[in-house]
Design a binder for this molecule. Structure first.
Ligand code: TPP
Ligand code: MG
Length: 377
């Protein structure tokens, strides 16, 4: 390599990459095993370089109703899991609500979404009925997949919800396929795919980044960065904690935003959707958020101190939205009314699910494989 090229290369290295091992060890107390807090940064301190217009108050109230609906539905599911009513692993999105709601309200009916096993909030934000959603998680026949998908394979094509996936990052190339189909058919549908910070280090993510950027697919990559991959904090697995920097290497537009503020998420996804529909290709959004409950039902949470969770409560999505509504003149009583209304709706949804019949054993092999078309046979 020529001297001039080498100089150019080192100049463009992010600061963190030049840090020697000893210095990094000193910052983490010398031993990765003894350090605990992922980061002290609250989502509100993250970098957001977009204009965020104020949304109409009725729209915000509707978003608030959805946020409470998701929060209470997830709590009801955790209680049901504790009672032994849910088989298999179940992951809730308590604390992640704004990422789903801001995005769902920014997109159009007919657009596509894929997401992770942590996907109840997306389903509800996209309009799936709470009673049928709970029935699905409980494995009952009134569920959207007749109880066969459960929590980890939440799906409802009529809502554009093309599938949650239990394999980390597997839903991401699926969304690229949906975006490619939209492009080839000349439709103006956009696909959005949600994934976690942990998914960033799966090879298929990078294959999809490259293809989506090169083909300018109408796709939105949305990373719900809660800074943990199961029980492992991000600083243990990545030398770069600013996830939005990775896709830039593939020539993709990317931004880091406050994922706990519905208005910020709405503005970011609106901008990304506009770019996708106008043929400019994919955008990567890193929404900084925090998982307030365990990784999954039954998680003992021994890997993070309670003070860390407590600190994040100050900027969790419902608190942010409530403060916003009050600051814009909404009466406290109107907010409480919504809380009560939703509380009742969740009780009804749980009763509906609990009384939904179990699927018939004869259904076991139905809807499992797709039928081949006449042209193929
Ligand atoms: C390919 C694959 N490897 C490992 C796992 C086990 N696993 C389940 S969830 C998870 C953590 C993923 O973390 P992240 O992507 O940050 O999402 P989060 O759970 O924080 O929402 C892992 C490693 C898996 N499901 N799939
Ligand atoms: Mg994570």
């Amino acid at each position: 390599m020529k001297q001039a090229e080498r100089a150019l290369h080192t100049q463009t290295m992010p600061d963190g990459l030049a840090q020697p091992r000893a210095e990094a060890d000193a910052q983490t107390g010398g031993s990765l095993l003894h350090a605990s807090i992922t980061t002290n940064a609250l989502p509100s301190e993250s970098k957001s370089a977009i204009e965020v217009p104020e949304l109409d108050i009725e729209l915000l109230l509707d978003m608030y109703r959805k946020a409470v609906l998701i929060r209470l539905l997830e709590k009801a599911l955790l209680a049901a899991a504790e009672e032994g009513q849910i088989g298999g692993a179940m992951h809730t999105a308590i604390g992640h609500e704004a990422n789903a709601i801001g995005a769902a309200y920014a997109l159009r009916s007919g657009d596509y979404i894929t997401c992770t096993y942590r996907g109840h909030h997306h389903g509800i934000a996209w309009g799936m009925d709470p009673g049928r959603s709970i029935a699905e998680v409980m494995g009952r026949s009134d569920g959207f997949a007749k109880g066969k998908g459960g929590s980890m394979h939440f799906v409802s094509p009529q809502h554009g919800m093309m599938g949650a996936n239990g394999i980390v990052a597997a839903q991401v190339p699926h969304a690229a396929g949906l975006a490619l189909a939209s492009h080839l058919r000349g439709e103006s549908k956009v696909a959005i795919t949600f994934f976690g910070d942990g998914a960033m280090f799966q090879g298929v993510m990078h294959e999809t980044f490259n293809m989506a950027a090169k083909w300018k697919l109408p796709l939105i990559f949305y990373c719900e960065n809660n800074r943990y991959s199961e029980m492992t904090p991000i600083w243990r697995t990545s030398s770069i904690e600013d996830i939005y920097l990775f896709p830039r290497a593939y020539g993709m537009a990317s931004m880091q935003i406050d994922g706990n503020d519905v208005e910020v998420v709405h503005a970011a996804v609106s901008q990304a959707a506009e770019r996708a529909r106008s043929g400019y290709g994919p955008t990567f959004i890193e929404g900084i958020t925090y998982r307030l409950a365990g990784h999954m039902a039954g998680d003992l949470e021994t890997y993070r101190p309670p003070e860390e969770v407590e600190k994040q409560q100050a900027h969790e999505p419902l608190t942010v939205l409530r403060k916003k509504l009050l600051a814009r003149g909404v009466e406290e009583a109107r907010i409480s009314e919504i809380d009560e209304e939703v509380d009742e709706a969740i009780d009804e949804a749980v009763s509906f699910a609990e009384t939904s019949p179990w699927p018939d054993a004869a259904e076991t092999y139905l809807d499992v494989f797709s039928e081949s078309t006449s042209e193929e046979s």
